[in-house]
Design a protein around this ligand. Structure first.
Ligand code: SF4
Ligand code: FES
Length: 232
């Protein structure tokens, strides 16, 4: 079947504003969007620029906006889109460097704020053991691949670019609720601000965008609950 791809182009080093370029491709329903981008680049337009690495939903580098929704190009098949016109844009809310490649500096700077690492004073005798029940508490949050699809789709972040964003909140949860972490308060204090957890207005866009099906809103609600309990 033939599908038309309308792709946003923009090179911040020379273009004054973004423009669109269309490509018609013969595709199979089981082709992935990433395969189609590769064919467009290899066969028609070598200057088309996008990120990719693992091609298997693990590295998080190829988050793009497909027909208005943030997704991973390597996870979505033509048959998932159910349209013969596919509009491809960079994920919103982040500066564009070139075509579909956005500048993630701000995203990762905000991620660093929550101290995204296990805080423990002493090394363990052998390993840091954790019961299955304790592991289950962080099970979902550990699956985040830092693709940025959630934060980029968040209206609270569009309205206030200082908001740390759902991905950073999830990471705060991942360590604050880890039974092996000895300083959960340090992760919580980093987000107990007007640009932190309280900026989440439970809009659920992040949940819809997450390619790992992580319920970010639930995790953020647990952070809010923990903070309120702390203050009582
Ligand atoms: S929570 Fe989901 S959407 Fe957000 S960065 Fe992690 S994997 Fe991507
Ligand atoms: S290329 Fe790694 S997640 Fe898609």
């Amino acid at each position: 079947m033939q599908v038309t791809f309308s792709i946003q182009r923009y090179d911040s080093s020379k273009d004054t504003k973004p423009y669109r370029q269309k490509f018609k491709l013969e595709v199979e329903p089981t082709d992935r969007i990433l395969d189609c981008l590769d064919r467009i680049k290899w066969d028609f337009e070598g200057s088309l620029t996008y990120r990719r690495s693992c091609s298997h939903g693990i590295c998080g580098s190829d988050a793009i906006n497909i027909n208005g929704k943030n997704m991973l190009a390597c996870q979505i098949l033509i048959q998932d889109i159910k349209k013969k016109f596919i509009r491809i844009d960079p994920i919103p809310g982040m500066p564009i460097i070139k075509d579909l490649v956005v500048d993630t500096t701000d995203f990762f700077t905000k991620y660093e704020v929550v101290k995204p690492y296990l805080i423990a004073k002493n090394p363990p005798p052998k390993e840091r053991y954790q019961s299955q029940a304790d592991r289950a508490v962080i099970d979902e949050s550990v699956n985040c691949i830092l693709c940025g699809a959630c934060t980029s789709s968040c209206p609270s972040m569009w309205g206030n670019p200082n908001y740390l964003g759902p991905a950073a909140m999830l990471k705060a949860y991942r360590f604050a609720f880890d039974s092996r972490d000895e300083a959960p308060a340090e992760h919580l204090e980093a987000i107990d601000t007007s640009d932190g957890v309280w900026r989440c207005h439970t809009i659920f866009n992040c949940v819809e965008a997450c390619p790992k099906e992580i319920n970010l809103t639930w995790h953020i609600s647990q952070l809010k609950k923990k903070m309120v309990e702390r203050e009582l």
